[in-house]
Design a protein around this ligand. Structure first.
Ligand SMILES: [Zn+2]
Length: 398
């Protein structure tokens, strides 16, 4: 780990100490000394540095054990803000959050991803600047930007990689373009990965192993393992949509050219086509959800059957990854218990007993905000990491 030379040697490790304070629970200097076994004088110097950087603030006093009551300190979550962006095929959502991931303001507009990266990202910048203005903050307060896109991304470079529904975006340098108007790191990821992270931080923070499956026009998954996203070698981990379903009929051809893909039998367009064949006027995922809500028997059966097909692929994932929770998200998850019932039926039947012993299979709690919350969490993890904190403190006390 390299630390800027301007940080005095006594303050090296300030970022490590800060990690204990990230949970927002106030602590006194002596509690910090007990938790770290560092000398009181070292703790005092690091706490002072964090106080001058603005990242820590005094939040009242602990009970006195005689003499002056000791001050307690906690993360100053207002010190900086994070911009969180969720781009879908036809929408753009932008939010400003504080350093604890709390949304301060947000806005969603209709925006066609096929307008291309320059038009869409400039639209996002305008929205972000407008939101900052509305809450009396400026670009100088921005710690970083997190952005989710509806396609595969090489996370290390922030460049989309052959995204099927994003014409013009292949290999586009998203961080460089956004970075012209907004400072701080720009981190880009696949929207489903960020939904998984969002669900993890907001609903299942004590569950280290989570699998989120988005079921909508396409099907994809985000994997959180030991609290971190599992992206794979190039960022395509979790791309479940084109796994072959064993029971699929050989005449089901997928848009990818293969036969019997999960997406070609269980995603919105496939279910809608089946329902049209049985005489229902159904176009996309929303119509399917509406038909289920209206109690149309054919729709209930088709969604449950799609859940079983999904379950047959997820049973393999459960054996491979042993998640503690599977969360179903995306438009079709709004069909509720019918989709869940189909998934549960097959997963519990086909997975190994140990893998399903404590397994929960539930609908999303974060809903359409999962992507935004995950984008914010991704940035917070990066900008509050020990080395980033050491660098920030060094700049602020220089
Ligand atoms: Zn396919």
């Amino acid at each position: 780990m390299t630390v800027p030379s301007v940080l005095p040697p006594t303050l090296v490790g300030t970022g490590d100490l800060f990690q204990i304070l990230r949970d927002g629970r106030p602590k006194t200097r002596s509690e910090l000394a007990q938790l770290t076994s560092l000398a009181r004088s070292t703790i005092a110097a690091r706490v002072d540095a964090l106080l001058s950087s603005g990242l820590l603030e005094p939040v009242g006093e602990a009970a006195s054990t005689g003499g002056r009551p000791p001050t307690r300190f906690a993360l100053n979550r207002q010190e900086r803000v994070v911009l969180a962006v969720d781009l879908g095929a036809s929408h753009a959502s932008v939010a400003v959050t504080d350093l604890s991931g709390r949304v301060l303001d947000e806005r969603t507009i209709e925006s066609d991803i096929a307008d291309g990266p320059i038009v869409v990202l400039d639209r996002v910048s305008e929205m972000a600047l407008g939101l900052l203005d509305a809450i009396d903050r400026t670009v100088a307060d921005v710690a970083g930007v997190g952005i989710g896109v509806p396609g595969p991304v090489e996370h290390a470079t922030g460049r989309p990689a052959n995204p099927p529904i994003m014409p013009g975006w292949h290999d586009f340098d998203v961080p460089a373009h956004l970075g012209r108007r907004i400072p701080g790191p720009v981190l880009v990821d696949n929207d489903v990965n960020l939904m998984a992270l969002g669900e993890y931080v907001t609903t299942f923070p004590s569950t280290g192993h989570l699998l989120l499956v988005k079921v909508a026009t396409g099907i994809g998954a985000g994997i959180v393992t030991e609290g971190r996203l599992l992206r794979g070698a190039l960022g395509s981990a979790g791309d479940l949509g084109h796994v072959q379903v064993a029971s699929a009929s050989p005449d089901v051809v997928c848009r990818c050219g293969n036969i019997g893909c999960l997406e070609a039998v269980a995603a919105g367009p496939a279910i809608a086509a089946r329902l049209r064949a049985s005489g229902l006027d159904v176009d996309g995922s929303q119509d399917i959800v509406d038909a289920v809500a209206a109690g149309e028997i054919a729709a209930l059966q088709a969604v449950r059957e799609a859940g079983r097909d999904l379950g047959s692929v997820l049973a393999t994932c459960v054996n491979l990854l042993n998640p503690s929770v599977i969360v179903l998200g995306g438009k079709l998850s709004e069909a509720g218990e019918y989709l869940l019932a189909g998934v549960r039926e097959v997963v519990y039947q086909r997975s190994l007993p140990l893998a399903t012993h404590d397994l929960q299979i539930v609908g999303t709690a974060a809903g359409s905000r999962g992507g935004i919350l995950g984008a914010s969490a991704m940035v917070i993890d990066a900008v509050l990491a020990p080395r980033a904190i050491d660098e920030y403190v060094a700049r602020r006390i220089a």
